[in-house]
Write a protein that binds this ligand. Structure first.
Ligand code: HEC
Length: 435
């Protein structure tokens, strides 16, 4: 019922809030601590302690568990996709992890030395954390952006050619802005729980200004990002290819506006009204918005898992001479797919029963990453979609395979006439389902 992609999406969504909190929050922390030290205002330390503890628990427990979860689920769902990324970016990840370890070490030191060592040194520890966390974002953004736009990498195979690609800078600016917005919201929640009401209100106002700046700049940079999308992505998103992508953008836009208004009215104008409950509701709204935004980013990448290089079904779709990589789709179209995979080795393609089995293997391999086979499957159930096309024979379905690559969101069919016949025979046996 549930496809592997959906499992990654759920885990990854739960990773976004803690991870962006971890990167953004300390800039605000350091800013407040600087006020406390330079203007000699010890009453601000109550906030620092509470806020750091929240980051420590929320980001470093939930963030770490879900982070590892993404690796596990992505490796199961897309082993070749992950392998492709690792082959190109293992040193990127290694560098990120160095900064990640620095983050983990400094946040503990920061928390346990708060108020115990000299103030300037403590401030430096905070700044080290903030920088290390942001640098880890600078690195991971390159790898994430590479999956959407591969830059000159497809010609040269070079690390930095792929890293600094068309959507790298817009994405880095969007994420950097958003991290301030998210940090501002958590800070409002923490400050609304402070014993000293006056200080609490003051911090709520400051956090709201950070939040507003983050949301406004985030929106501006998002427009830049949308402009930099590849043509195929724009066609799917804006010219009717996949209407749900536009809906995701509206959801993201609406939630950003709601959170922005919250900052303005409950943060800036009436800080007395800001509270834990309304803050958490806003967090949920923001969570939905970010989830929609990330869903959009994943959605416009179709039909690829790594843009212009590897399709969603993990087959390589182009030659990259610089890396000695050959187009697999073309190869299978010439040589045949089912003949080339070991799963189907024991099948006798003269036997009707074995032909259906072979067709099923083909479907799972070639379509399974994006479609479920059950009528009541959650993700694009094939029985339902095929019934809409109303095929009258297995041949009709086999012919449809020629059109697959004409859809902007589907890869071309990687097989020869025999494969098309096999998949047609199998798909024709699926129940006609729920229109
Ligand atoms: C990279 C992901 C991906 C792969 C791989 C893929 N599809 Fe699709 N397919 C989609 C998307 C996205 C849609 C649009 C669904 C929608 O409109 O909700 C779609 C739609 C369809 C439709 C409906 C077309 C229409 O005109 O309404 C059919 C039928 C279909 N796919 C069959 C297949 C078959 C068979 C395979 C394997 C040979 C396959 N797809 C492989 C992503 C994919």
């Amino acid at each position: 019922m549930i496809t592997s992609g959906l499992i990654i999406a759920i885990i990854a969504s739960f990773h976004i809030l803690p991870s962006h909190l971890a990167t953004g929050a300390f800039w605000f922390n350091v800013y407040i601590e600087r006020e406390a030290v330079r203007k000699n205002r010890p009453e601000l330390f109550e906030f620092l302690k509470k806020f750091t503890l929240l980051i420590l628990i929320f980001s470093f427990v939930i963030g770490s568990i879900t982070g590892v979860g993404i690796w596990y689920s992505a490796t199961v769902a897309s082993p070749r996709g992950i392998s492709g990324l690792i082959h190109n970016y293992v040193w990127g990840w290694a560098t990120e992890w160095v900064f990640f370890i620095l983050e983990i070490a400094t946040i503990y030191v920061y928390y346990y030395t708060l108020g115990r060592i000299d103030k300037e040194s403590h401030l430096k520890i905070g700044l080290t954390y903030a920088l290390a966390a942001w640098i880890s974002m600078i690195i991971i953004t390159g790898i994430l952006a590479f999956m959407l736009t591969t830059g000159k990498w497809s010609e040269t195979g070079g690390f930095f050619d792929g890293f600094f690609n068309e959507t790298y800078w817009p994405q880095l600016f969007v994420r950097t802005s958003m991290m301030f917005g998210i940090a501002g919201l958590y800070a409002v929640i923490v400050a609304s729980r402070m014993k000293n009401d006056e200080v609490g209100k003051e911090i709520i106002k400051k956090a709201s200004i950070w939040g507003i700046a983050g949301m406004v700049f985030g929106a501006i940079f998002s427009l830049w990002y949308l402009q930099k999308l590849p043509e195929n992505a724009k066609e799917m998103a804006f010219y009717g290819g996949l209407p749900y992508l536009k809906t995701l953008l509206y959801v993201a836009g609406t939630s950003y506006v709601v959170v922005l208004l919250y900052f303005v009215f409950f943060g800036l104008i009436r800080p007395r009204y800001a509270g834990v409950v309304s803050g958490i509701i806003m967090l949920i709204v923001l969570f939905v918005g970010i989830g929609a935004g990330e869903g959009f980013r994943e959605g416009v990448r179709r039909p690829f898992v790594i843009s212009q290089y590897m399709y969603g079904n993990q087959l390589i779709g182009r030659d990259i001479p610089a890396k000695g990589i050959k187009n697999e789709v073309e190869r299978y179209q010439e040589e045949g797919f089912i003949k080339n995979i070991y799963w189907a080795g024991g099948l006798n393609l003269e036997e009707p029963k074995d032909r259906i089995k072979a067709g099923r293997i083909l479907t799972l391999y070639v379509c399974g990453n994006c479609h479920s086979l059950e009528v009541n499957g959650i993700i694009r159930p094939l029985p339902v979609l095929l019934s809409r096309l109303d095929p009258e024979s297995p041949d009709d379905i086999a012919d449809f395979m020629d059109a697959l690559g004409d859809y902007p969101y589907m890869p071309p069919f990687p097989g020869n006439d025999e494969d098309k016949a096999l998949i047609g025979e199998f798909l024709f046996t699926l129940p006609k389902g729920g229109m």
